[in-house]
Write a protein that binds this ligand. Structure first.
Ligand code: LLP
Length: 417
């Protein structure tokens, strides 16, 4: 067992659905991101069915993995989207996503992005400051439109996650404090080109407990009461994303437990519920496939230098994040303690420390749980073309992103005259 349902060892060889990973490496090369269509579909359906008959909309957080094939698959399943840039909006449209099911989050929306979203007609702007609200009201006025708005409330709740991905504490840059949100909602008449249609919060990512979600939702409900008594009609509550996944030994709530808890905590109100999951939909549906280039044994440590690096998967370098690393072909021979590192010129360029594996040059490794915030955070550091992406559907493989070429990297640069 690999511990990940769509990634299964058969006769000691690792498969994704019905396809041997070795075959994918031979056909598409390495490094390569590989996703299971089935794992993604199942995760979406678990979310959807957990809402039962509650009026809801799942807005996939595009930033987790923005490949248009993934967005298209989710759109076909009925998903909406949470975007944070004009670029992500264009991806949603290109993928056949419905703008009327799209919410726009982020602290720094530009005027051009506001115009694009108003022109296309999105479901809601999740506004993160009074200054942004003033700007949006102004842009909507200039276009003769009314902008649908939720204020993103910062509920000052400790999400108990890595500090870089905790967003709901009062010292974080996100959202507006509850009392300020209240004041803004009460002065709604000052923004005639805005319709306040929702309340929003998102407290962080990779949460492994329900309590912070409940605390945030309770704060939103308190605010809802006061906002409604001020005479505003609030039609939806957006509870954000953040449900964690198992990378190693975490035991986050299941999708069903999480959604049921959100529904239960909001059962006294009838507003449509929105959520913005990213990682919990795609994280464990994808891996990064990489090949060992060299083994290097020094008196202090043993290194396996692989062809994927921090530019392909930044999470270990950035958050000291743990990703399981599995051999594509398992054998029973004695293992050695390895540092799994990439070719990039930084000591922070590692995919895993102290992994006990039996390795030879040319072996393939699967870096697990890499579907979310893997490809979408990749870079071209060291002028490394970005990896290919492949989607597996049963016994069929689809190339959903060609490997980048060096020419694509250099082509937009110019020499001085
Ligand atoms: N909604 C908003 C407004 C967000 O900022 C995020 C993630 C999400 C939803 C989706 O959260 P999720 O369900 O994926 O936890 N790069 C980091 C994660 C950054 C998350 C940023 N915001 C990582 O690799 O762990």
């Amino acid at each position: 067992m690999s511990g990940f349902p769509e990634f299964i060892y058969r006769n000691d060889e690792l498969f994704i659905e019905s396809v041997p990973l070795k075959q994918i490496a031979e056909k598409f090369g390495t490094p390569c991101y590989v996703y299971s269509r089935n794992a993604l579909t199942q995760a979406y359906q678990e979310f959807d069915s957990a809402f039962a008959d509650r009026n809801h909309l799942i807005c996939y957080a595009v930033k987790a993995n923005s490949n248009i094939a993934i967005l298209n698959l989710l759109a076909r399943l009925g998903s909406g989207f949470d975007i944070v840039s004009g670029g992500e909006l264009q991806r949603v449209i290109r993928a056949g996503g419905d703008p009327h099911k799209t919410v726009f989050s982020g602290v720094g929306k530009t005027i051009d992005e506001m115009k694009m979203a108003l022109d296309i007609g999105i479901l809601c702007f999740n506004v993160e400051s009074e200054a942004e609200l003033v700007a949006l009201n102004h842009v909507a006025n200039s276009m003769g439109k009314i902008a649908p708005v939720s204020l993103r409330v910062n509920p000052d709740v400790d999400a108990k996650t890595h500090p870089y991905i905790s967003t709901g504490l009062k010292e974080n840059k996100f959202g507006v404090p509850s009392d300020e949100a209240m004041r803004i909602y009460q002065s709604a008449h000052a923004y005639p080109h805005v319709r306040f249609s929702g309340l929003d919060c998102h407290i962080g990512s990779q949460l492994t407990e329900l309590t912070p979600f409940m605390q945030a939702s309770n704060k939103l409900l308190d605010l809802l009461n006061t906002v409604q008594s001020a005479g505003l009609t609030i039609t939806h509550l957006d509870l954000g994303g953040g449900l964690g996944i198992r990378y190693r030994n975490e035991s986050p709530p299941s999708i069903k437990e999480y959604v049921s808890a959100l529904c239960a905590s909001t059962q006294s109100v009838s507003q449509r519920l929105l959520i913005e999951p990213g990682r919990s939909l795609i994280g464990n549906a994808g891996i990064l496939l990489t090949r060992v280039g060299y083994l290097k044994h020094t008196p202090a440590r043993n290194f396996a230098i692989v062809d994927a690096a921090m530019n392909d998967l930044m999470r270990p370098a950035l958050y000291d994040a743990y990703h399981d690393i599995l051999p594509v072909i398992k054998d029973m021979q004695a293992t050695t303690n390895y540092q799994i590192v990439g070719p990039v010129c930084e000591t922070g360029d590692f995919l895993g420390h102290d992994r006990n594996l039996h390795l030879a040059q040319g072996d393939l490794l699967a870096v697990m749980s890499a579907g979310a915030y893997g490809m979408s955070m990749s870079s071209n550091y060291n002028t490394r073309p970005r990896a290919a992406e492949v989607m597996v559907d049963g016994s069929i493989t689809h190339l959903i992103r060609r490997r980048e070429t060096t020419e694509q990297l250099i082509g937009s640069e110019c020499l001085l005259p």
